[in-house]
Design a protein around this ligand. Sequence first.
Ligand code: BGC
Length: 851
Amino acid sequence: MTSPRGMTRREAVAVSVAALGGAAVMTAGLPTAAAAAPRTTSPAGRPWQGEDRSAARRADALLAAMTFEEQVLLVTAVDPAEYAPLAHLGIPAMTRVDASDGLRGDTGVTAFPAPNALAATFDTDLAERYGDAIGTEARAKGWNVLLGPTLDIERNPRYGRQAESYGEDPLVGGAIGAAVTRGFQKNDVIAQVKHFTVYNQEEGRNSLDVVVSERALREVYYPAFEHTVRDGGALSVMGSYPKVNGVYACQDAHIIDALKNDLGLKGYLGTDYYPSADRVEAIKAGVDSAALMPDMPKDAFTDGRIPKERTRDAARRILYALFASGAYDNPLPDTPADVVTNAAHQELARTTGEGATVLLKNDAGLLPLSRKKTVAVIGPAGKDAVTGIEGSSYVDPGDFTTALEAVTAKAGAARVLFSQGSLGDVALTTIPGDVFTTPDGVPGLHAEFFAGEDLSGTPLATTTTANIDFRGGNPVGGLPSKWSARWTGRITPPATGLVRFSTLLSGAARIVVDGVTLLDESRFLWDSFFGPKESAIGGVTQLTGGRAVDITVEYSTRDAGWNGPSMRLGWQPRSLIPAAVAAAEKADVAVVFVNNYTGEGFDRDDLSLPGDQNQLIQAVAAANPDTVVVLNTSGPVLMPWLGKVKSVLQAWYQGAATGTGIANILYGDAEPGGRLPVTFPADEHQGPSVYTGGKADDANGTITYDEGIHVGYKWYDKHRAKPLFPFGHGLSYTSFSHDRLRVTSHGRGDQAAEVAVDVRNTGRRTGSDVVQVYVGHLPTKVDTPARTLAGFAKVTLEPGQRRRLTVTVTRRTLSYWDESRNTWVTPTGKVPVYVGRSVTDVEYAGTITVH
Ligand code: BGC
């Protein structure tokens, strides 16, 4: 199906859920842009219209004035036009847009650095401005419900959507999430924070059963939501796709009850887009809005399946959110603006990118670079950089300045040698038929097709094909719905060197070239939705030009998703690495840009840089000892070359800031302000394991979170494992001292203690320090983490400048969830406190005495 805008089926439906503008109003509780405007009082007979009443009272009054049919409509309306019968009550159409890092699907907007980059800034003021800017753009574009921020915990860095939320730590997630939410909701819009809960990987996401303890839910997966609801004022939450202990999250009364009663959601619960949950059970369990469940059976509201009181509660919660946000009182513009980005927002994106960039390593102070040095810029440093996350949070960056352009502007064209080196994480061009020969010696590949998915039995059909390239359907007629195929023959590369193979894939594939297995994987999706690129997988091998080698390719419909069977085999037969090495040899310093492209619909198969990028770095570093690597990645990658390069920058996905911010860091016009919001593993096996069963949406798999509460750095402490880089790590261009550490216990209140420290910039450049306060084991026999982040504070200081910072430790941080009593318990006694620059670089500061 193609929509009017020529989109895929999924895009078309998503947009029908979230188009056009509406009308509206405002107030209560939250700071809003319109808060200073004169407040209206209730006109006679319409008591809900007076802004002088609380949102709760207004919601009650309006609910009482609505017919039951109108209440059902409010709960079930999907498209903006459906709200028309509610207009006489002043209820605006609710228009929804994904907004975790900008407005997905709109043009003329600001593409902000990815949310995990924002988390890396450890800067809540900045996060609020980031949210405010997105909220402002949303309102001007005609949206009053923002789907975001995303608060999913990064349980394992293979998570395809890891860049979309705030890392592995609930406290960081909650602090940044609350700040972004406050920023959003300053603009008379509703923030719908997502996804509640345990949505921590893509594989099998629509049906995955997550077996997780109540304690882990309370201590790891709920706190960011609670913080964002209570401190950020979030007025809506989106339920997640997976099952939690056997029940779909969107129909699980137990977790929904916790969300509303324990975590404090006064607004409404929606669902993720087209969840597998039973619609009627979902509403009965406490879902309040069916806006993203377009096929809701409406008669369930009147035939007794859904209690009337439940419908009224759902409608009331939506009304509450409309009043409390200001969306009711402040109509959206009649005509959405074309261009809503502006210089200030672009500048904010750049500042965020700079503040997010983490200096992982900097031997011999190679960075910042001198403008006088010749620099070889290598890798995808142009428009081919990855600017954002594929899927629901992809935002069009517009015409951004590339890293190559920005470096050239600083160093001068005469000092910059560009060499592509690697194409980065891309789909390669289809292999032409004339390089294949069948085992019988004719051009092409010998193909055998089998009934069933495991290549067994007698082939149903055999043929010769020029290449492997089929999409959304079978490559030959007469195949059953489940089939498999094998192509065999020989391939003759045109040149000697590293040859790169890749495939776009919906299904499972194995590729063996010259006896080397380059790929043995499955994917349910190839054409990343909303993102600009296709998502390929593959491998590399060394071949000799003109020498034919065996090639075997196998395909199975196993794991093919709604795209249908698809596979396109591509290659890059001539390596770009030798030219890059030559450039590196000529230059004073080599800066190698590398990337991966990730997002929604697939997890990473491993933590290696895709394609030939590790080989590129290794070859360049061998040619030039002064090599800098810039990681334009979604998160952690393994770094087999780490000991060979002098400097490494973690640059994440930076949206519109992609080139300018990075160049500013490279040349010291900005300082690398970021610290890691995630642990970087040293190998594939560190950290909690992920589900790797069937990958299709409906795989019906199970994953047990047997690490319990020990997620992120807590897993490393528990297993005494040494990561590649610890949580909180990030070097600076200057240096800092921490003195006069002091812990003050307060006894019984919510604010259990204060930790104070003097921070002094002891170096010669202005820079920022992120002071991190951790608490140790709690005074109990119950298993508690060796370190728990209790708070953080970021400060920018000039050379020699000193500032005393104070971090508050809450009583909750000193508590654990007791499953037998179903409550929080705060053990009394002494808790050690540490202050430092990462979870492993800490100094003992004293103890908190808990009464
Ligand atoms: C994603 C959500 C998103 C929704 C609407 C879903 O596939 O999981 O994050 O808000 O689509 O686009």
